[in-house]
Design a protein around this ligand. Structure first.
Ligand code: FAD
Length: 410
């Protein structure tokens, strides 16, 4: 007799997922319920990027932001860390790995993200990313440099720049001079072309003022001097005696400059995949990658050319991650693979372009007034969201989802 809650029948079809960030790990969790899965991740562990503004000032927190995959797939899925996919061969249904081996797939999902130009992710070759120890060494070094610097200039007043400024102030006290240079009229004034509400911008302005963070608005910082440019490319930050010229003519003196703008799409390192002019993987509304006629190659999250918001919920979706419980890319792809398996056409679609901005931006750790939220939930829940983010950037929730809880003392 069948059990009260019988398991759906599992398929022997092999789903290969490339990239174990927030999208890839959610895709893996979903696919593991129905298919044989292999997740390939070039790093030694997942870097929980959302928490890294705090991780850059607290190495113990950075260490916690490196989440192991061991128990991610309880139904037998395999994870291969420390190895990168270099090429997709659609005609042979194989991916090639940088260790010389290859993997066959029935379905392939590219979840290679976009590498932030901030030190929240180590730049290529800045450390041995294949081991967690190598990544921790990198974050430790960044933290020491921030601690030592007395004049820190952050370039980019989006969420990463503003959150990092707040964390630096909280961690290292009032003595440090902290400047944020931003090309817009207010911090976080815009998210992918959508203006944020004036009240949200005002809250962030007030929070920065209260924390003595010097905001230089409507300016661009010239980072093209060789000393700065080379270091930013190599390390994600620059140190030394660094005069930084702003577009309004002002020159500010820094001894550490941190880039908080831009990201390089992960598809640029993959051969055999069609990219748009910005290096993003070209997908249709079902998230199938252009150029693979069999329709069994998908891409999700920050590596795609969709017009969606570049957020964790977009990539990961409902699988215990979508902060707002919204359908995300992983859900769309899972539904489409199941449809194909039933002999149907893929019908699940992404919804784009987005209508509202969505951000939870703390400026410091303790006071809920130090920060601002714009999200399609009632205002009364904004305070709850801010409290969660200030506490630990949702890290505990994320680690629990990945079956990698923090030790009880934390
Ligand atoms: C500092 C920072 C703070 C953020 N804060 C927030 C926030 O508060 N809220 C929010 O919703 N979003 C936030 N985001 C955005 C969010 O992190 C991304 O939208 C989300 O991580 C996208 O998920 P993804 O799976 O598409 O890509 P990623 O999370 O970038 O994962 C891509 C993975 O693919 C791996 N990879 C790349 N190429 C290969 C290859 N060839 N072979 C094998 N593996 C490969 C990478 O190592 C990486 O692990 C933040 C981003 C940053 C940088």
């Amino acid at each position: 007799m069948g059990g009260f809650c019988s398991q759906p029948q599992r398929s022997a079809k092999h789903v290969v997922i490339v990239g174990g960030g927030l999208g890839g790990k959610s895709m893996a969790g979903l696919a593991d319920t129905a298919f044989a899965v292999t997740l390939v991740e070039k790093r030694g562990a997942m870097i929980y990027k959302i928490g890294m503004p705090r991780g850059l000032v607290d190495t113990s927190f950075a260490t916690d932001c490196l989440v192991p995959y061991d128990k991610l797939m309880p139904n037998g899925g395999t994870v291969r860390t420390g190895v990168a996919v270099t090429r997709v061969d659609g005609s042979a249904s194989k991916v090639h790995l940088d260790n010389g081996s290859d993997l066959s797939y029935d379905y392939l999902i590219l979840a290679v993200g976009a590498r932030s130009h901030s030190p929240c992710e180590p730049p290529p070759n800045a450390c041995d990313e294949t081991s967690t120890a190598g990544i921790i060494e990198y974050f430790k070094k960044v933290c020491e440099e921030i601690k030592t610097a007395s004049r820190v200039v952050l370039v980019g007043g989006g969420p990463v720049g503003v959150e990092l400024a707040g964390e630096i102030r909280q961690a290292f006290g009032a003595e440090k001079s902290i400047t944020v240079c931003h090309s817009g009229p207010a911090p976080c004034h815009n998210q992918q072309g959508i203006d944020t509400p004036a009240a949200f911008q005002k809250k962030l302005l007030d929070a920065c003022k209260a924390q003595n963070i010097d905001l230089k608005l409507n300016v661009k910082a010239d980072l093209s001097t060789p000393a700065v440019q080379e270091q930013l490319a190599q390390k994600g930050y620059a140190t030394g005696d660094l005069p930084i010229t702003l577009s309004d003519g002002e020159v500010i003196q820094a001894d550490m400059v941190i880039s908080c703008i831009g990201a390089t799409p992960g598809g640029q390192t993959l051969e055999g995949v069609t990219l748009d002019g910005k290096g993003a993987i070209k997908v249709n509304e079902h998230l199938q990658v252009e150029g693979f006629d069999a329709g069994n190659v998908f891409a999700i999250g920050d590596c795609t050319n969709t017009q969606e918001l570049r957020l964790s919920g977009t990539a990961a979706g409902k699988y215990k991650m979508g902060m707002m419980g919204a359908t995300g890319n992983a859900d769309v792809v899972f539904d489409n693979i199941k449809a194909i398996e039933k002999g149907k056409k893929p019908s699940a679609k992404i919804v784009q372009p987005p209508k509202t901005a969505m951000m939870i931006v703390p400026v410091g750790t303790h006071d809920k007034k130090m920060g601002a939220v714009v999200a399609p939930v009632p205002n009364m829940r904004h305070g709850t969201l801010m409290g969660f983010k200030q506490k630990d950037y949702f890290l505990k929730i994320q680690r629990d989802i990945m079956n990698a809880p923090l030790s009880a003392k934390k």
